[in-house]
Design a protein around this ligand. Structure first.
Ligand SMILES: NC(=O)c1ccc[n+]([C@@H]2O[C@H](COP(=O)([O-])OP(=O)(O)OC[C@H]3O[C@@H](n4cnc5c(N)ncnc54)[C@H](O)[C@@H]3O)[C@@H](O)[C@H]2O)c1
Ligand SMILES: [Zn+2]
Length: 665
């Protein structure tokens, strides 16, 4: 019996060591955090029940990371710990009870967001950054000073009055904006996209070439100051002071006087976090008083004076019954997992995306497996892993589809593309209907009174074969159809008619040119101003446009060379759709701000923030999210952050008001 348990404990330790290695060293996790946490919890429970198998090297006892051989190893002056996790209000109350037994007096807490990146320890001597070291195994880490120095928001030399010698800790993160831009560029270059901001940030830190790191839009958010003469009384005070001398300490931090206040903070950010420009995976609650922190001290792995509250992972496990294949509007094949129905984030989930053949192979996902399903930012849930312990003995590896499930054409897969495609573009029913559905969709022509199901019906009834046919539809043809009545038919026709006013960029997006998404369509519309100019452009002219690369350019050329597309575009033009920028758009576009880089900060009165950004872009200026030496102007509204203000002043960037800006135009 105990032998069996010991075996189980050892297996779990081995498994977790392996996952730690993949996560911290390779920056390429093969299982989700949720699964990892489950396994760790399982091990913790076994170890608590069987203290005779205690091992100081167990993943429950140690910080998970390690050092690499690529950088100089530095022993931390002050150990770097992990954080204990909590998942509910009860967990937080338990924690409060535990610490109240150890310390005397009232406790106040600081609540901070748990920034999802890589931890870093910065050493400042006489106000100058001298060392930046990763957490490593907590005792020693990698010296990545040169890489960290490229982070623009991090002060290399402090201005103003602060402690002379200190360490400060923070999280190196990759804001979502920058992450998406990096991925866009990779997609453009036909390279595989990065998985998530966290491991991209962590991987960037460990690059050998600092000039490469400098190109990545990393940021550093600070969360702890360590001094040697006890200069500060409270954690919040230390952070406030750090912010004043130019460190990026997020304004989201809050002091709470009770666990109830902590809980309100947690509940608020559980939703509001999706509006943040970076990813967070929870809240960190800390005892605010530094003397009390010292009294509480540390366990082997984490401070007793802090606890992380992890946002609920919207993830469950269920059985995979069947894999089917879906043909998208572009002919891309998506494998779909048909699941044993399960409740997830308030909805019943029956299907989930499996992405592509590589993903299936990577996780070795098989029919009959118990799989983990996760609901991320996207609406369609995805499978993130397999519970191998539950795999049936007779299970077989998945063999990926070879032919289109709709039209039986052999599938193709081009080099470097993760997806398989059905090449029968104009004869494969879902591709035909799919192109029309895309055309009418909200972000494209936004046609009221017409939905995907109706489009399929209209195709099936042979009333339409392509999107241009929509404009010839008459109410009398629609009324006899299933689920249709006079009113709905009239609405549909009116909606189609109204769509003729949609601006050029929307029409361009609606055409469904491969790789021409909403943003690219906007760029193209702005650059070429009308469809004739766009379709006459050669590869060279096309790639000269900002952010347009070979892949997009070739796709545009292929589209305009296809005779059917030429006919469709000509028909749409005849029907009166907008194939050039409007007079108004043209008038509003100037070169007034060409070459100028703006940062917009604060709240404005005459125009909204988005309008302001649009005005900058319409007048050929560039909007950047962070202040750097390259920034020409900061348009400052109300409540501009003091850190930004300081930074702008330090760099000598001109700070202008909303009125100043409007006057420039
Ligand atoms: N998927 C995998 O294979 C795998 C493997 C290992 C670890 N993990 C995941 O990593 C996490 C455990 O990692 P960990 O030990 O680094 O602990 P952690 O990330 O849960 O917590 C500690 C870290 O939080 C960071 N942090 C962010 N904001 C902070 C703030 N305001 N104040 C203080 N600290 C803040 C610090 O960098 C600190 O080192 C778990 O979520 C686990 O699921 C996943
Ligand atoms: Zn097909």
């Amino acid at each position: 019996m105990s032998n069996h348990i010991q075996q189980k404990i050892e297996n779990l330790r081995d498994t977790l060591h392996k996952y730690n290695y993949e996560y911290y060293v390779l920056d390429n996790a093969s299982i989700s955090d949720f699964e990892f946490d489950q396994l760790l919890k399982e091990l913790q429970a076994l170890e608590t029940a069987h203290p005779e198998f205690f091992d100081a090297n167990s993943p429950t006892q140690k910080v998970g990371g390690t050092i690499t051989k690529n950088f100089e190893t530095v022993v931390h002056k002050n150990r770097m710990y992990s954080l204990d996790n909590s998942y509910s209000q009860e967990d937080l109350l338990d924690w409060e009870k535990r610490i109240s037994k150890i310390i005397e007096g009232d406790i106040t807490y600081t609540c901070e967001l748990k920034y999802d990146g890589a931890s870093i320890n910065l050493t400042y001597e006489n106000g100058v950054l001298v060392k930046a070291v990763t957490r490593g195994d907590g005792v020693q880490g990698d010296d990545v000073t040169n890489n960290v120095k490229t982070i623009k928001s991090l002060p290399l030399k402090l201005q103003g009055d602060f402690v002379d010698n200190f360490e400060i800790r923070g999280e190196i993160i990759l804001p979502l904006d920058g992450f998406n831009q990096m991925n866009l560029a990779r997609e453009e270059a036909g390279e595989e996209t990065y998985k998530n901001p966290r491991n991209t940030a962590s991987g960037s830190l460990k690059l050998q070439d600092s000039t490469e790191v400098a190109k990545r839009p990393l940021d550093c958010l600070l969360y702890q100051v360590l001094t040697y003469q006890n200069e500060f009384e409270s954690h919040a005070q230390a952070l406030e002071k750090a912010r004043q001398v130019g460190f990026k300490v997020p304004e989201t931090i809050k002091v709470a006087n009770s666990i109830d206040e902590v809980v309100s903070f947690v509940n608020y950010w559980d939703k509001a976090r999706f509006d943040l420009p970076y990813e967070t995976d929870g809240i960190v609650i800390k005892v605010n008083n530094i003397r009390q922190q010292e009294e509480l001290g540390y366990t082997a792995k984490a401070p007793r004076w802090a606890i992380a509250y992890k946002f609920k992972a919207e993830q469950v496990s269920t059985k995979l019954n069947e894999i089917t294949y879906q043909v998208g509007r572009t002919g891309a094949i998506t494998p779909v997992a048909n699941l044993e129905p399960v409740q997830l984030a308030g909805t019943t989930v029956k299907r989930a995306s499996l992405h592509n053949a590589d993903q299936i192979a990577l996780h070795d996902i098989r029919v009959g497996d118990e799989v983990y399903v996760e609901k991320g930012g996207e609406i369609i849930p995805k499978i993130v892993g397999v519970d191998l312990t539950k795999r049936p003995a007779d299970s077989l590896p998945t063999i990926y589809a070879t032919h289109c499930p709709e039209c039986s054409t052999p599938l193709v897969r081009t080099e470097g593309d993760a997806k398989h495609y059905c090449p029968n573009e104009y004869g494969c029913a879902p591709q035909v209907a799919g192109r029309i559905v895309h055309f009418i969709s909200r972000k494209a022509m936004n046609i009221d009174g017409l939905g995907a199901e109706t489009v399929e019906l209209l195709c099936k009834e042979k009333l339409i074969e392509n999107y241009a046919d929509l404009y010839a539809l008459k109410a009398e043809q629609i009324i006899p159809l299933e689920r249709m009545a006079e009113k709905s038919a009239n609405n549909m026709v009116a909606g189609i008619e109204a769509s003729k006013q949609m601006p050029f960029e929307k029409v361009l997006f609606a055409l469904g040119i491969r790789f021409v998404g909403e943003t690219v369509a906007k760029k193209l519309a702005k650059a070429f101003k009308n469809i004739e100019a766009l379709f006459e452009a050669n590869l060279e002219t096309l790639v000269a446009v900002d952010e347009i690369g070979d892949r997009i350019a070739e796709s545009i050329i292929a589209f305009r060379n296809e005779p059917l597309n030429q006919v469709l575009v000509a028909k749409l033009k005849d029907y009166g759709l907008q194939f050039s920028l409007s007079e108004e758009d043209l008038q509003n576009q100037t070169d007034t701000l060409v070459g100028k880089i703006f940062v917009v900060s604060g709240v404005f009165h005459k125009v909204s923030r988005n309008e302001l950004k649009k005005l900058i872009e319409d007048n050929s200026g560039k909007v950047s999210s962070s202040i750097s030496k390259k920034t020409d102007y900061i348009v400052a509204g109300d409540n501009m952050g003091p850190a930004k203000l300081q930074k702008a002043t330090d760099l000598g960037v001109a700070i202008i008001s909303e009125d100043d800006f409007l006057a420039m135009l």
